[in-house]
Ligand binder design. Structure first.
Ligand SMILES: Cc1ncc(C[n+]2csc(CCOP(=O)(O)OP(=O)(O)O)c2C)c(N)n1
Ligand SMILES: [Mg+2]
Length: 276
């Protein structure tokens, strides 16, 4: 993973292939979260196939587990398993590459997909690391629709109570959930103010920009005494014109024509990023 901006578009093409072949997947959220995952695995976290069993590594949980096609693609690019095997087996019977994260696969800490559980589990991991004085940092990524789950806010309270400055949560703030706008279904504003009121350090940033995200995660590392949330302002479906900001693309499979057009657009973006 070298040119991370280009890599994010190459990995979106991989996601498109996975979803098109298997005829299932959550492409909208895969495309909004891509730069977040690429920044974390490409630059920010001390987590790789070489150190995945070292207790002093960093820890990651994808709480919005439905974005599994993006997660699997990034893990394959990082070398946790071969991409050929992923492409062949994703969402097939008797395959470990099931439609939500599966901790029998290398690199995956926790099964997820039932929303609202990643942060509370990460609070436990971060508390254990704090008690053992480990250098590890603990990362989780939630959806903004996911914030309607009450268990998230119990985790938010506990993280603040225990001063877990080794914990960094990201909200993929794409403003859509499964059935429409988050502000219609369960409103969150002022989201930054809400997290601050619970005692968190808050960084709002552009969520489809590798540079902005890496700067945010860097800044979070030096904050003492409180956890950090990065509110990553993203675009659902980012990278494909007809998918962007469309709730319908939460869980749709492209037609042959849509597949072809999406591939073209993503290849163009990737090429532009490689020539920057
Ligand atoms: C506990 C639980 N309730 C409902 C669902 C069904 N569900 C899957 S994705 C989704 C919407 C999530 O929206 P958001 O967190 O904003 O994700 P994103 O926009 O990033 O795809 C819902 C309600 C679920 N997976 N888990
Ligand atoms: Mg959302």
């Amino acid at each position: 993973m070298e040119n991370l901006k280009a890599e994010a578009f190459a990995l979106r093409r991989n996601v498109l292939d996975l979803v098109y072949r298997a005829k299932t997947g959550h492409i909208g959220g895969d495309f909004s979260v891509m730069e977040i995952l690429v920044s974390l695995y490409g630059k920010v976290m001390n987590l790789s196939p070489e150190n995945q069993n070292d207790p002093n590594r960093d820890y990651f949980v994808l709480s919005k587990g439905h974005s599994v096609e993006a997660y699997y693609s990034v893990l394959a690019a990082k070398g946790f398993f071969p991409n050929e095997e992923l492409l062949e087996k994703y969402s097939q019977f008797h395959s470990p590459f099931i439609g939500h994260p599966n901790n029998k696969l290398p690199g995956i800490e926790m099964n997820s997909g039932s929303l609202g559980h990643g942060l509370p589990v990460c609070v436990g991991i971060a508390k254990a690391c704090q008690m053992d004085a480990r250098p590890s940092r603990v990362y989780t990524v939630m959806g903004d629709g996911e914030l309607a789950e009450g268990s998230v806010w119990e985790g938010v309270m506990a993280a603040s109570q225990y001063h877990l400055d080794n914990l960094c949560a990201t909200v993929d703030r794409n403003r859509l959930q499964i059935s429409g706008s988050t502000e219609d279904v369960m409103h969150h504003e002022d989201l930054a103010e809400r997290f601050r009121a619970f005692g968190w350090n808050v960084i709002s940033t552009e969520g489809n920009s590798i540079d902005s995200l890496c700067a945010a995660y860097d800044a979070a590392k030096s904050v003492k005494g409180k956890p950090t949330v990065v509110i990553a302002n993203t675009t659902k479906g980012c990278g494909v014109s007809f998918m962007e900001n469309q709730a319908g693309w939460h869980h749709r499979v492209p037609t042959e024509e849509e597949y072809r057009q999406a591939m073209e657009e993503l290849s163009r973006e990737e090429e532009a990023a490689r020539n920057e």
